[in-house]
Design a protein around this ligand. Structure first.
Ligand code: DQA
Length: 144
């Protein structure tokens, strides 16, 4: 089983970006945590980040070639991107929405996720551990 982990805009800045909200963990640290967890579950992971909406759309589209699930932290595109939502809706591969912060405990504009209705489920608010929980959820989907 292969899981594609996609990270949207500004997540490359984790560790330096608003640490009071996102903590001091870097994206590389999160990748290591996810890889460690994946090893224990005999799952392969591919980890990518882009600040560009179109690139993320392309990756969601191509997930059908070899991936069983997508973990997606779409960053700010969560709240704005109809294009990403449409790509997820068109994909036969289940997508799990992941957020470090609890988007419902923050500004009102973050309470609305355009992608949530077309994702399998959402994990929000557990910091870096949200990704680990997301990987577990992805594996569980596959076991069903
Ligand atoms: C985020 C939440 C989004 O609202 C924000 O724009 C991000 C990060 C999170 O992981 O908590 O960039 O997706």
């Amino acid at each position: 089983m292969k899981v594609l982990v996609l990270n949207g805009p500004n997540l490359n800045l984790l560790g330096k970006r608003e640490p009071e909200i996102y903590g001091h963990t870097t994206l590389a640290d999160i990748e290591s945590m996810v890889r460690e967890k994946a090893k224990g579950m005999a799952v392969e992971v591919e980890f990518r980040q882009s600040n560009h909406e179109g690139e993320l759309v392309g990756w969601v589209q191509s997930a059908r070639d070899g991936f069983s699930a997508v973990l997606l932290n779409a960053g700010a595109y969560t709240h704005t991107s109809v294009a990403l939502r449409d790509a997820i809706a068109a994909s036969p591969v289940p997508t799990i929405e992941v957020h470090l912060s609890n988007i419902y405990a923050r500004e009102e504009f973050r309470h609305k996720s355009l992608i949530a209705p077309v994702c399998k489920g959402q994990i929000s608010g557990f910091g870096a551990h949200s990704y680990v929980l997301g990987l577990e959820a992805a594996c569980n989907l596959n076991a069903r």
